[in-house]
Every structure is written in C-alpha cells, then in structure tokens.
Design a protein around this ligand. Structure first.
Ligand SMILES: *Cc1c(COP(=O)(O)O)cnc(C)c1O
Length: 379
C-alpha cells in the first residue's frame, strides 16, 4: 500500500505527549490541504493560502485536538468523556469516543446548534443534553461534572486538545518551507489561536521532547533543529456580537450567525492575548454582514465551501485590506475551520442570493425538454 497519512499523533509523535506504547485513537485527522486562493491573493497583492480544516474526518479542526484528548483519556483509564459544545466539538468527541469505546456526553445550548452538527453527535450515539443557556453556561456545567463525577473533560481547557491542535501550524510550515508572514483565524473559545501560537513557536526553536514525556526512547533523543526561521504575525477575528476579547469584558448574551464562535467568555482568553501580543498581532471584530460576505466570497470565488464562523478570518483580511492595513507582497495563511455542509442553510439563504421577497436561492424549474433547458441556461 502506498504511504497513507497516519493522523496527527503518529505523524508528529516526537512533538506530542505520547510514547511508543500509547494506544492511539485516530480517524486519520490532519494532513489537510493548504489551498491557494487566487481571488484573495489578487485582492491583497500577495500570496494567500487557505488551511482547509473542513477536510478533517468530522469536518472541523476539532479532530486534531480530539484524537489527542481521547487518546489521553484512554491512557488514564477513562470510561466516559464530557464536553460543552457549539456543535463541532460534540461531533468530534462523539466520533472519537465511539472508536475508543467510551461513553460520550455532550452539552449544547438549546436551539443554537446546526442540524449538520447535531446529526453527527446523534449518529455516533452521544448522550446529548440541550441546556437552556449559552455555550459558556454549558462549559461551566461540563467542568463541574468532570470535577465531581467519573467523566473526563475534553474541551480545549484540557491541555491535550491544544497539543493536538498545534499540529496545524506544523503542517503549514512543512508545506510552505517556513512560517507565513501572517496567519489569520476565527476566535471563539480561543483554544485554536493558542494552539497555533504554541505550534509556530515550537517549530521556530530547536526541539527536545520534555523529559517527563514518559518515553525513555525520546528522553535521550537528540535535539531536533528548528524547522522555521520565524513565527508569523497572528490576526484573530471574533464576531462583533460575540467579541469579549475586543471589548475587554465578557459578553453575557453573545449573538452571531457564526454559531461556532458564539462565545461570551473564552476559556483561553489570556493565552489568546499572549499569542496576539507576542506575535505582534491583533484580535479584532467582524460583523455578521462581513462574515456572510466572506462566506460567499470563498464559495463563489475560491471554490471553498465553509460554515459561516469559518469565514471570519477571510472577513478580517478583506476588512483590513479595505482599511489599508494589509501590506502588499506578503504570504498569508487563513484557517477556514469547518466544512460548509455543517450548516448549509447559509449557502442558500446568503443575503447576496436573496430576491426582493427575501427568499434564498431557488433552482429554475422547467419541463423535461432539451430546448427549454438550453434556453434556461442561456445557450
Ligand atoms: C470551534 C470552532 C471555532 C473557534 O475555535 P476556538 O478554538 O474556540 O477559538 C471556529 N470555527 C469553527 C468551525 C469551530 O468549530
């Protein structure tokens, strides 16, 4: 058999908290494409790539962290895991827990999860509890369950999640040969920006696996040389109705069409600010209109279909470019975090496609006749 990508743990074992005897729970996550974006590149007069994380097994980057979190939970003898979720974490946790034979409980805000994500958790047999409240309330309950009952928390406050997610930065550098000048991404609970910064930093320095990794074979390992010559400037983007880091205080009732980042009190707030400041970057807000315009841009100009939250980084680049703040001649990587099929309503009902009655895109209906079809196609 030709070489097949083995999932992020086996591909980056030297840099993750595993040993040769670790039982790895994987669905083949990671190894996602870095896609050149011609229209965005032309816009900013530079080179823009999209890190297409919707290509992961459950359709979002959450799988990178979940393979590590579930692998660690199994190593520690867990029988059950719990998470709070805006949707994608529950889809991912449910899938990986199933492979590991663990019970998975997910807490989601009632009525705020897209059908695509909900269907995944249900299909994988998760114990799904809808809470009257928002994500922040769900996370509070999940943390208390993990403290007081025999269940493991697999949200990104679990350091294993960050370890797994940092592999996305490794892949970018491995693909480009060095770090990009700028890396842009959406910010919700802020685990991902934290993970990218950790990954980029680790790749820009000589690496020796920490002695407490529990792997004697690696403890004496020769130091690996730095892979990247630099770290990128990180630009993170929150949705304007859910932008606590931008506002400087928690938002009690976060609201946005970008449900995956509808979070008012990010768990990794301070680490996200550290990533921003140490990289010389910014965390700013983009409006729902800007997010949906970027969502439409990606599908209609770049051929990449994402869920609304995933377009926030692209919305951010377009906004900064309009403000004259995107220098020419740079290399940009934008993480698009989740697949468009997670939440397809926004493709049909995108404001750009609505008619004067506010109806979304409608297929043209014609009789079964070649000439009529040709006429309808303007041929
Ligand atoms: C989880 C998620 C985010 C936000 O990532 P954080 O690590 O919470 O900042 C953005 N987009 C999608 C599609 C997600 O699933």
């Amino acid at each position: 058999m030709a070489h097949q990508w083995r999932g992020v743990i086996r591909e980056y074992a030297e840099r993750l908290p595993v040993t040769e005897s670790t039982e790895v729970i994987t669905l083949g996550e990671g190894g996602t494409p870095l896609v050149h974006a011609p229209a965005l590149s032309a816009l900013v007069d530079g080179t823009v790539y999209l890190k297409v994380e919707g290509m992961n097994p459950t359709g979002s980057f959450k799988d990178r962290g979940m393979t590590m979190a579930i692998t660690s939970a199994v190593a520690e003898g867990a029988k059950a895991v719990v998470c709070a979720s805006t949707g994608n974490t529950s889809a991912s946790a449910a899938a990986y827990a199933t492979q590991a034979g663990l019970t998975c409980a997910v807490l989601v805000p009632a009525g705020k999860i897209s059908m695509g994500k909900l269907s995944q958790a249900v299909a994988h047999g998760a114990e799904l509890i809808q809470i009257d409240g928002n994500f922040d309330g769900c996370l509070d309950i999940a943390r208390k369950l993990a403290e007081n009952y025999p269940v493991f928390l697999v949200n990104s406050v679990n350091p294993s999640r960050i370890e797994g997610q940092k592999t996305a930065a490794f892949e970018v550098v491995d693909a480009l040969g060095d770090a990009p000048d700028y890396h842009l991404l959406p910010v919700g609970n802020a685990g991902n920006i934290t993970a990218y910064w950790k990954g980029y930093q680790e790749y820009a320095q000589p690496w020796k696996k920490p002695a407490n990794s529990g792997n004697p074979a690696h403890d004496d390992a020769v130091e690996l040389p730095a892979v990247a010559t630099k770290t990128p400037i990180l630009w993170g983007f929150q949705a304007a109705g859910a932008a606590p880091i931008v506002a400087g205080h928690p938002i009690t009732e976060p609201e946005t069409v970008a449900t995956a980042i509808r979070i008012g009190n990010p768990a990794s707030w301070e680490k996200a600010e550290a990533a921003r400041d140490e990289s010389g970057g910014v965390i700013e807000a983009v409006t729902d209109e800007e997010i949906l315009a970027a969502h439409r841009w990606l599908s209609s100009k770049e051929g990449v279909f994402v869920e609304p939250a995933s377009a926030s980084g692209v919305a951010g680049l377009i906004k900064k470019h309009s403000a004259g703040a995107a220098p020419a001649g740079k290399t940009w990587v934008i993480t698009v975090t989740g697949h468009g099929l997670k939440d397809p309503d926004w493709a049909i009902n995108n404001p750009a496609l609505q008619n004067e009655n506010g109806e979304g895109a409608q297929p043209t209906q014609v009789p079964q006749d070649v000439e009529t079809v040709a006429r309808a196609l303007g041929l």
